[in-house]
Design a protein around this ligand. Sequence first.
Ligand SMILES: [Zn+2]
Length: 173
Amino acid sequence: MVKKGAKLSKKIREKMSAAAKKRPRRKHSEETKKKIGFSNLGKKYSEEAKAKMRLAWVERKKIGVSEETRKKISIANTGKKLSKETKLKLRLSKLGDKNPNWKGDNVSLGALHTWIKKRKPKSKICERCKKNPTYDLANISQKYYRDINDFEWLCRGCHMNGDGRMNNLKQYG
Ligand SMILES: [Zn+2]
């Protein structure tokens, strides 16, 4: 059209400015701008570049979120751990002398054994057969009541002999 450096004639300049004034601003609407923007993007960036940009954005977003979220999660976890521990402590403290919930919980069972052993001194001779040396503290009811009367010190033989123990239990009753 116009050669670079060439002076525009007054007429042409007037025409152009008139055309610019005539051109309705609204036609350069947001829609058009968007279209221009998109087409520019398309020209500037290849699909690969766009994908990379998208990824970078996602990564940035992820990091930004995770930093915040990590704190929140850690706080939440701390809260959970504390409440879990507290709950367990509460549960254990609330356990009566005859709570069968001890059974099946190895940690609790270990604690119960310790509790009983402190209160029920180990006898030298098996409480069942009164012959052999004691081997281990055994639960009588199999319900692991928190009661020293629900435990006895047995020799290995008596401890292993589950059936005999059940029969003996009946005799006990
Ligand atoms: Zn025995």
